[in-house]
Design a protein around this ligand. Structure first.
Ligand SMILES: C[S@@+](CC[C@H](N)C(=O)[O-])C[C@H]1O[C@@H](n2cnc3c(N)ncnc32)[C@H](O)[C@@H]1O
Length: 242
């Protein structure tokens, strides 16, 4: 991203982020704007400086949800982050009505320390890349009531779930807990342009299958995922309308 473009995105986001995070813009490198942000996850996170900074990729996701009318900073907004990792999304939302789910002990303990007012749950599921657990993710259940959640983030989750039945289970659970009007942000490696792959390392599904899975909801936006680069995932935002 060119510096001018980055700065204009940045201006766009200054208002979105408010005071909830401590943002510094320390340097520009080769015309790429790099941003470090507390309290968790960003400093030291491996970045490929030739690509758009991960931070800006994340700002786009937050902005899409905000533009869809989800107030991510109000405690009245219930958010679920499936495959929350080391808390990147958590670091960009203000609501403490937040549930993060992940398979990795270190991620969960780090997130609990960084966000003591929020709920993080370690899932004991098997996964070819991340999970040393014993349970089958086909039994996944989101510990939330029906029709109670306003936004769900699954960033680079379905890119590591190679069993279609498990994907369907996850989407079904998401549908169960979302309120009418609530939004699901999911990212995918789709084919085309990628080669199909049913491994958990880098799962690729047919675009038509993904669209079919998401068709229970209404499309708000779908962007990126035009190339086979690792960071270039197809980002889809859908809303539950019935
Ligand atoms: C590529 S990382 C993405 C982490 C985070 N969402 C981010 O974008 O920074 C994928 C995460 O999904 C988690 N994960 C993998 N399979 C999962 C499953 N079946 N249920 C919940 N989380 C899972 C992994 O433990 C890992 O932290």
């Amino acid at each position: 991203m060119k510096l001018d473009d980055a700065l204009s995105v940045w201006e766009d986001f200054r208002g979105v982020l408010g005071d909830s995070v401590n943002v510094q813009i320390p340097a520009t490198t080769n015309n790429i704007l790099e941003v470090d942000i507390g309290p968790v996850g960003w400093r030291g996170y491996p970045r490929d400086k030739s690509k758009l900074s991960l931070y800006f990729l994340w700002m786009r996701k937050v902005k899409a949800l905000k533009d869809a009318g989800i107030d991510l900073d109000s405690n009245s907004t219930s958010v679920v982050d499936i495959g929350c990792g080391n808390g990147m999304f958590a670091s960009l939302v203000g609501t403490d009505t937040y549930l993060g789910l992940d398979l990795v002990d270190a991620h969960i303990s780090r997130c609990k320390k960084a966000f003591p007012n929020r709920t993080f749950v370690k899932l004991d599921f098997k996964n070819g890349l991340y999970g040393k657990g014993t349970l089958d993710p086909i039994n996944f259940k989101i510990p939330r009531d029906d029709n109670s959640v306003h936004a769900i983030m699954c960033n680079s989750l379905f890119t590591h779930i190679g069993q279609p039945a498990v994907v369907e289970r996850y989407l079904g659970e998401m549908d169960r807990v979302l309120v009418k009007g609530g939004c699901a942000y999911t990212t995918w490696f789709r084919s085309p342009p990628n080669e199909l792959d049913d491994g958990d390392g880098r799962t690729v599904y047919l675009e038509s299958d993904i669209v079919n899975w998401l068709s229970r909801w209404e499309k708000v936006s779908a962007t990126e995922g035009e190339t086979t680069q690792h960071d270039d995932q197809w980002e889809t935002l859908y809303r539950k309308i019935k």
